[in-house]
Design a protein around this ligand. Structure first.
Ligand code: F6P
Length: 334
């Protein structure tokens, strides 16, 4: 018979994302509702090595639903990459009497969870990253808020680019993935979007599009570059060399990771946190929670890590078709 879990740990690891706190809150309160105690591990996997923890009750996660960042802090632990570090983590779990760990983060976090599960500590992952690059889930916590933050920044940039009739090159995050860039690019009506999933042809993807926009009467241009493509500064230089306009370059950077989570991120984080603990309480561990369609799904960690998430290139075609102005239609003379 399945051993009933009495105490679990929860941690956030890797790059933070808006909604992580909402997930922590849901994990803690669902654990308590299922008769379990919950311990917060600080600074991700590193906290299991340094015994950095805090007992959490229902009240201690009050008023964090709307807060960005993570109250548990986060880190990328080098020590956890070593066998010595992982064994220390296991002994901390034993010392704390943890029957399992809910790990909130991205693929690095889940690689850590897999290692720990192989050493006999049951784990469940909750996907939270602004990159939205986790194969086993349609959606990762924080993506929508990050898109909206980037959109707000780019709308502001557009105002000044329009006044000065300039070209703006904006670099957005996403690590090796172009989800953030493409969604944002569509939403701001960018002249061009560069994503790592598509081989770069600057002439075709940028220069030609600026020329066409100019012919159609545009006097300002917005180029969105995913960081995985390379430096926006370099792209800006190449635009200047090829068509003699002098773009202004903006790297949005960590601005995109902060801020209060929006409705989608609060709701998704709360559901994912709830279902992570439910899975654990029902004896289904070593899996990652995800969404498919509107449903919550569970995927074994090893399988999940092998899944590749493909950028929907039809979205690229949508952008190319819609974000272009064609010369005005003139009525033939009667
Ligand atoms: O994975 C989230 C992310 O924000 C990526 O988009 C980015 O490449 C990376 O983290 C930045 O990491 P750091 O916070 O260590 O600079």
């Amino acid at each position: 018979m399945e051993k009933k879990m009495k105490r679990i740990g929860v941690l956030t690891s890797g790059g933070d994302s808006p909604g992580m706190n909402a997930a922590v809150r849901a994990v803690v309160r669902t654990a308590i509702a299922n008769g379990m105690q919950c311990i917060g591990i600080r600074r991700g996997w590193q906290g299991l090595i340094t015994s950095d923890f805090v007992p959490l009750d229902a009240a201690s996660v009050g008023h964090i639903l709307s807060r960005g960042g993570t109250i548990l802090y986060t880190a990328r632990s080098e020590d956890f990459m070593t066998e010595k570090g992982r064994l220390k983590a296991v002994s901390t779990c034993k010392m704390l009497g943890l029957d399992g760990i809910v790990a909130i983060g991205g693929d690095g976090t889940f690689r850590g969870a897999l290692e720990l599960s192989r050493l006999g500590i049951p784990t469940v992952g909750v996907p939270a990253t602004i990159d939205n690059d986790i194969g086993c889930t349609n959606y990762t916590i924080g993506f929508d808020t990050a898109c909206n933050t980037a959109i707000e920044c780019i709308d502001r940039l557009r105002d000044t680019m329009q006044s000065h009739e300039r070209c703006s090159v904006v670099e957005v995050m996403g690590r090796n993935a172009g989800f953030l860039a493409l969604y944002v690019g569509i939403a701001v009506g960018a002249t061009a979007v560069l994503v790592p999933e598509r081989e770069l042809d600057l002439e075709r993807d940028v220069i030609e599009r600026i020329r066409n926009a100019r012919l159609a009467g545009s006097t300002h241009f917005m180029i969105v570059v995913a960081e995985g493509v390379g430096s926006a500064v370099e792209i800006g230089k190449q635009i200047q060399e090829r068509i003699g306009i002098s773009p202004r370059v903006t790297v949005l950077g960590h601005i995109q990771r902060g801020g209060s989570p929006n409705a989608r991120d609060r709701e998704t984080a709360t559901r994912m946190g709830y279902f992570a603990v439910k899975a654990m309480a029902e004896g289904r561990t070593n899996c990652i929670i995800g969404t498919r369609g509107g449903d919550i799904v569970e995927t074994p960690i090893e399988e999940a890590l092998a899944m590749k998430k493909h950028l929907q290139m039809d979205r690229y075609q949508v952008l190319e078709t819609v974000s272009v102005t064609t010369p005005a239609f003139t009525m033939p003379a009667r």
